[in-house]
Each structure stands twice: as structure tokens, then as C-alpha cells.
Design a protein around this ligand. Structure first.
Ligand code: FES
Length: 79
């Protein structure tokens, strides 16, 4: 199995699987916090709401539009 890092912790992945689904299935329903501190999570699952923003390898991306690949480093709480 291949691995990625999510907030510094190793996680096994299936190559190409949706990053948003991986986060949800692994108990991370909150991908970020709003400016007022409210939990935010992907709503649409198709790239429109931008609520699933995370940082992957230093770039802010939408988790629902990102496939997992070996060695990627994911940080939640992207702005
Ligand atoms: S879930 Fe809406 S943009 Fe990703």
C-alpha cells in the first residue's frame, strides 16, 4: 500500500482516490476553520463551494478535486 502524510501522520492510500473521501473516511470531517473559528467541510463534492480547501505539497487545493498520490503531504486548515 502507498502512503501520504496528513497533518504529519502517515496514512495508507489507494492511488488516485479522492482526497476529500479519504479525509472523511478517516475521521477528519473538518478540513479548515472559518475566520470566526467555525468548522468547515466540503459541501458540494464537485469543486464549487471551496469549503474543502487543504494544503497539498505547499499549494492550497480543493480536496474534492485532488487525487491521492504516493508521498503527498496534506495539511488541513488551509485559508
Ligand atoms: S467540496 Fe465543494 S469545492 Fe470541494
Amino acid at each position: 500500500m502507498k502512503q501520504i502524510l496528513i497533518n504529519g501522520k502517515p496514512q495508507e492510500i489507494e492511488e488516485g482516490a479522492s482526497l476529500l473521501v479519504l479525509l472523511l473516511n478517516n475521521g477528519q470531517p473538518t478540513q479548515r476553520h472559518s475566520v470566526s473559528g467555525a468548522n468547515r467541510c466540503g459541501i458540494c463534492g464537485m469543486g464549487i463551494c471551496f469549503e474543502c480547501r487543504v494544503t497539498v505539497d505547499g499549494k492550497v487545493v480543493r480536496a474534492c478535486q485532488t487525487g491521492c498520490h504516493e508521498g503527498m503531504e496534506v495539511w488541513t486548515d488551509a485559508r
